[in-house]
Ligand binder design. Sequence first.
Ligand code: SAM
Ligand code: SF4
Ligand code: SF4
Length: 367
Amino acid sequence: MSERNVPIAERRYAAPVPEVPERPLPPTGLIADRRGRRLHDLRISITDRCNFRCTYCMPKSVFGKDYAFLPHASLLSFEEIVRLTRLFVAHGVEKVRLTGGEPLVRRDVERLVGMLAAIRLPDGTPLDLTLTTNGSLLARKARSLRDAGLQRVTVSLDALDDAVFRTMNDVDFPVADVLAGIEAAAAAGLRPVKVNMVVKRGVNDHEIVPMARHFRASGHILRFIEFMDVGASNGWRMDDVVPSAEVAGRIGAVFPIEPLEANYDGEVAERWHYLDGAGEIGLISSVTRPFCGGCTRVRLSTEGRLYTCLFASEGKDLRALLRGGYDDMQIAAAIGAIWAARDDRYSELRSADTAGLRRIEMSYIGG
Ligand code: SAM
Ligand code: SF4
Ligand code: SF4
């Protein structure tokens, strides 16, 4: 592992404070980056902590008992998150996803959901507000999240086989409790539930067909995600990636499927449906079929650093502006300037040249 690639808490690096243009212009919602991509999705990591230690995300060897998570004072407060979200909405964001770490371990997450649900887009409609979770606390919280204004959830589940799942989450968490969380979410109206399975060769690829069988005709949408080289601690190798084409082939051999049209331009998951009418699946091919050309996402870390790419090695410190007395117009102008300067397309460039770049852990930047 090169020195630049040593896993280390991102906060040990001072993040650059974004420039505030001298004469801020009001945000128009029409901003485009240097590749003509507009700003549409905001992912907010609300905690760097998690009750799982998935081996591909927060391996115990790095995130052990002595790992120093962020102190509470470093985290953006709910008020700060909402203030920034309003500014992003003024720049065109319509969709917000809460993530982490495990977002449901952040205390009072329902209060934050309620505050975000009250935000209106310029045309008066509510934000598309969703959350990605490991599902462990969902059976308990689905109803209160729905009542607070959450619209949908995505639940990560990598295997149906209990032994495989317990090994992958590495905290011996049973699969039955996640399945109960998924059902509770659907029953509470957080529908359709999307279920994300990260596929790692030799670890859980034998679970592809059982997962497809289980979620067919359930009303939930199962999505298969290629294992990515995000962060620096998961020991990623191309050999571990199961290409989506292979996933489609394995499922199609048992349950015939065919591709569907995308719902909208820039949709990340390729949609396929079962020919017998048992619903659809998604394939997310970040490694073998990168989708940078339509990438309209920006990520806000737990402590308020803004990343214009999942693989960016540096974020811009918006918290410094929030806590430095800048007004909304100035902070909005700084955000606009960051997006306008964006040129990221890491997945399209992925090669030996990018292998040594310093990469931020998924649990910090928000998946
Ligand atoms: N804790 C929540 C969860 O697991 O759903 C939210 C945060 S997690 C970082 C977000 C998503 O990133 C999960 O679906 C997880 O499986 C996925 N993920 C984490 N590391 C990954 C990797 N190396 N490659 C692909 N997906 C990854
Ligand atoms: Fe936690 Fe989600 Fe990462 Fe698993 S993938 S360790 S549940 S943050
Ligand atoms: Fe977007 Fe970066 Fe992923 Fe490309 S690599 S799709 S620019 S987040």
